[in-house]
Design a protein around this ligand. Sequence first.
Ligand SMILES: Nc1ncnc2c1ncn2[C@@H]1O[C@H](COP(=O)(O)OP(=O)(O)OP(=O)(O)O)[C@@H](O)[C@H]1O
Ligand SMILES: [Mg+2]
Ligand SMILES: [Zn+2]
Length: 227
Amino acid sequence: MSDCAFGVCDGSGFVIDEESNTAYDCRCRPQIIARRRAHSLSAVIPKIYQGIGFDRFPVTEIEPQATVTATRRFAGRIDEMLDTGRGLWFMGTYGNGKTTLAMLVTQAALEAGRTAARYTLPDLLRQIRRTFDTGSHADLFKQLVSVDLLHVDDIGAEQTTPWVLEELYSIVNARYEEQRSIVITTNILDRETLREQISERTVSRLTEMCDELQVLGPDHRMDLRPA
Ligand SMILES: Nc1ncnc2c1ncn2[C@@H]1O[C@H](COP(=O)(O)OP(=O)(O)OP(=O)(O)O)[C@@H](O)[C@H]1O
Ligand SMILES: [Mg+2]
Ligand SMILES: [Zn+2]
């Protein structure tokens, strides 16, 4: 069964020329790539953040605009940033657009054909816990370390235990050593509190890997309540 839109290849996007034994791109290959990209976008970007853009509300309203500009610059050079392991750290109070900005970076990575994974930290920890039952801890860990961009939302929102601190540290440290980018958002504004929450050695590595961007402004979820 061929999935090729032109009925030419076997659905792989490649055609093999038997005589010369070489593969060349089928006419359907751009479609296949676009479909794969759309699929990874929808799998990684939650519904509420799909369709976000730098020139669109609410990003146009996020304060300060300097933070938006810096994020846009980062997203515009995403390949270079990912190749050098640079990251961003969005900090600010509730509902003012941190996750939206981080999603724009994740979206840029996926659109550039890079791999990305996005978790809230509490979710990530839950998934890690689950792997201990199924014996797949090593697989998840490998994936968390090898993905081009790891976006972790809501750092500092979780209950800390020695186990949580160790898991978070292992992931951050492994990415630090491999020079792989990480984008985080947190509601914790001062570094000392964050150190107490997620440990000094983790904060220290994140500080080196990420440029800090403050997001200010009120909780905009309040604006969206029905009157
Ligand atoms: N500056 C803004 N103006 C208007 N609406 C905004 C603005 N920033 C975000 N929003 C809207 O407010 C909601 C919260 O945005 P987002 O999830 O990005 O915030 P957040 O800073 O990550 O929040 P939290 O700290 O609770 O995780 C979304 O519905 C978003 O569309
Ligand atoms: Mg958020
Ligand atoms: Zn084809």
